[in-house]
Write a protein that binds this ligand. Sequence first.
Ligand code: NAP
Length: 247
Amino acid sequence: MQKLDDKIALVTGGSRGIGKSIALELAKLGAKVAINYHGSKDKAEAVADEIRGLGTEALVLQADVGDADSARNLVKQVIDQWGRVDVLVNNAGITRDTTFKKMTDEAWHEVINTNLNSVFYVTSAALPSMLENKFGRIINISSFVGQAGNFGQTNYAASKGAVIAFTKSLAKEVARNNITVNAVAPGFTATEMVAAIPEKVQEKILSTVPQNRFGEPEEVARGVAYLASDGDYITGQQLNINGGVYM
Ligand code: NAP
């Protein structure tokens, strides 16, 4: 892969799980990485230490990306510190699973705010700097659930499907400015998000995955790093990293 030396990356939800692996993968390629977290300060600091150990720089920034002011202030802090954003990974996400019959307004809005509105807030704050520098790599973490749907996840599926539609539309708007916008759609990946699913349900899920295993966060992260470093002619696409669960 091409190196990302001198590139500035921001990873939302970089304190653990897939976001942590993405932050480390970008750092391995030489990028300076701003790690956003919501509640896991210690974990975010540990990721930053690991990144500094790789010989590059890291910033740790608290923000609730589902809140417009907080999300925009997050981007401002990166630009104040490092001057611009080159690589933006909209990764922060949550689930609030329940059947539609039991879906509360709160569970709906929490997921839409954190998984979808955040992508609007953070991207709209970072885009002017990318337009000015005529360079940008925006990678939005969707999910195969946004493509296939899933029982008990109408809120989550709606947010992740919308992220794909957003990705394609923005990709068309900014393509001439050397800014690519892509979505990565993981399948079931071994993080706390999946660990929270009851074991019996996990077994059932595995039987639906052709490769018969959960993905590793590093496998998703390598796809993101590829789009950020070598994906110059790739835009508006969905990269499915899902063990075949959705084809
Ligand atoms: P995870 O282990 O639960 O980690 C979620 C991350 O998002 C944490 O870093 C968390 O920060 C951050 N976050 C949550 N709410 C936030 C908010 N309001 N503001 C800022 N950060 C926030 O989840 P994951 O499995 O790594 O998932 C990462 C992304 O991949 C999500 O978008 C998820 O939907 C997607 N995905 C996951 C899977 C899977 O099977 N795991 C499959 C498909 C797609 P704190 O730790 O500070 O709270």
